[in-house]
Design a protein around this ligand. Sequence first.
Ligand SMILES: NC(=O)c1ccc[n+]([C@@H]2O[C@H](COP(=O)([O-])OP(=O)(O)OC[C@H]3O[C@@H](n4cnc5c(N)ncnc54)[C@H](OP(=O)(O)O)[C@@H]3O)[C@@H](O)[C@H]2O)c1
Length: 345
Amino acid sequence: MKGIGIAVVGATGMVGTEFLRILEARKFPVKDIKLLASKRSAGKRLSFNGTQVQVQETTSDSFKGVDLAFISVSSEVSKQLAPIAMKEGAVVIDDSSAFRMNPQVPLVVPEVNGADVEQHQGLLAIPNCSTTPLVMVLNPLHRVNRVGRVIADTYQSVSGYGRAAVEELKEQTRIVQGGGRPKPGVLIKTIAFNVIPQIEGFLFNGYTKEEQKVTDETRKIMHEPNLAISATCVRVPVLISHSLAIHVEFEERIRPDEARQILSKAPGLKVLDDPQHGEYPTPWDVAGTDDVFVGRIRQDQSKGTGLAMWIVVDNLRKGAALNAIQMAEELIKRNCLKPAARLAV
Ligand SMILES: NC(=O)c1ccc[n+]([C@@H]2O[C@H](COP(=O)([O-])OP(=O)(O)OC[C@H]3O[C@@H](n4cnc5c(N)ncnc54)[C@H](OP(=O)(O)O)[C@@H]3O)[C@@H](O)[C@H]2O)c1
């Protein structure tokens, strides 16, 4: 393939910025690129492949001549923009939660269900930034020894919310250090020197929307609609990288060293697991990297067939931009960028 006409919508955001870096680094076959955002950013210049590209306001004309649109904006804005892009003939890879659970929209982590991209009808979605690392660790083990039940507790950085929350953590930290008591802004409660056991609103079942996403998306990606899974999602005062403490019950007993062996051979995963010598992943170590890191793999002493593990991922890279770009690479590799049928959304 010679080159693809690309649009990056949300190019000025936390994920959009990372998109540009990764497209460059992976030498993605870009014929031309449009950097799109809201009216606020129109006229800003961003660097791409050594040239300065002007950011444009996203309008109904923005997608003319675009083959592939990476959309990284809120769900509400995605719901408006994705249909416009698709009407112009672009294939959309969307980062928001707007379309993830639509049965006609492939929800893909290439290392787990890459073949699902072949079913696309012009619109594909990436998973939530905590779901991706979870399925990356569960799937290789599940193929050897079926997963019966998963408990996942997440420790999610503020960049998972977007640029405004990153600024909020920095500002609140300054206020606390100056002896003040900051008030919440975009996040529901004060985040500096605090943890918040709520990401998004609560549902009828007592879980938050974020927790329900982890459950529903994990089942969809692994093609296991009845997988027993329960999540608690917590916002923590970390800038970049999400962490997860997981407890997994398998059909049969599995030793930690067997799990380490399986996981160390799985694509996109790095086992960092020598706690006696201080070796396990932390958000600082993982920020800016592409792999999902797993450590502290141990037998769950409350359940003979269980393992406990600790996972860390850069939420902006593999948790978002990188996964979307890998999906596009998968479409190219499988020669299915142009869909056989087009979804009406
Ligand atoms: N952050 C993560 O770790 C992560 C992981 C997975 C998925 N996601 C999803 O990715 C999306 C973007 O997240 P983010 O963290 O990058 O958010 P962000 O930092 O807040 O960036 C939002 C982007 O959306 C643009 N935007 C806002 N309104 C727009 C409009 N009407 N038309 C066009 N562009 C508009 C903004 O442009 P301006 O600069 O002009 O305002 C900005 O570029 C969200 O749906 C999020 O759920 C995020």
